[in-house]
Design a protein. Structure first.
Length: 136
């Protein structure tokens, strides 16, 4: 195995590589084992700009947590679904984006509760759709 320069790897703008390790445990089940993920990032920022790099990585995860968690930890379980038809995947993503823009999120209200409520009360779901003012 030989070292590879950023230019030879097809990444001429890469100036630094970052490793971020994240450890966590489930709040709902304190007896569950802790989990860990390691993520690797390439950046055009120099190593001297480490505070800015840290901010960029944190910014990435704050968007990931706000957006992706709603999609995957809810009834949608987006990561578990694989679609053979590209148009089906695009249409589902578009539909979910529209729904997320329409849902009036309450502080601390899990998305699963919202889904359950509207499943039990379809007239509330129709009212929400008909009176929607999407939050962008």
């Amino acid at each position: 195995m030989a070292a590879l320069s950023p230019v030879n790897a097809g990444l001429p703008g890469a100036r630094s590589a970052i490793t971020v390790r994240r450890d966590w445990s489930e709040k709902k089940d304190p007896l569950s084992p802790s989990k860990s993920h390691t993520r690797f990032f390439l950046s055009s920022l120099s190593v001297r700009e480490k505070m800015r790099v840290t901010g960029v990585v944190r910014g990435h995860w704050s968007v990931e947590n706000r957006n992706h968690h709603k999609r995957d930890a809810s009834a949608w379980q987006e990561d578990r679904h694989r679609h053979r038809q590209p148009n089906a995947a695009l249409n589902l993503a578009l539909t979910r984006n529209v729904l997320l823009a329409m849902i009036p999120f309450e502080q601390g209200q899990p998305l699963a509760e919202f889904f359950e409520h509207h499943h039990r009360h379809p007239h509330h779901a129709l009212r929400l759709i008909l009176n929607a003012r999407p939050v962008l």
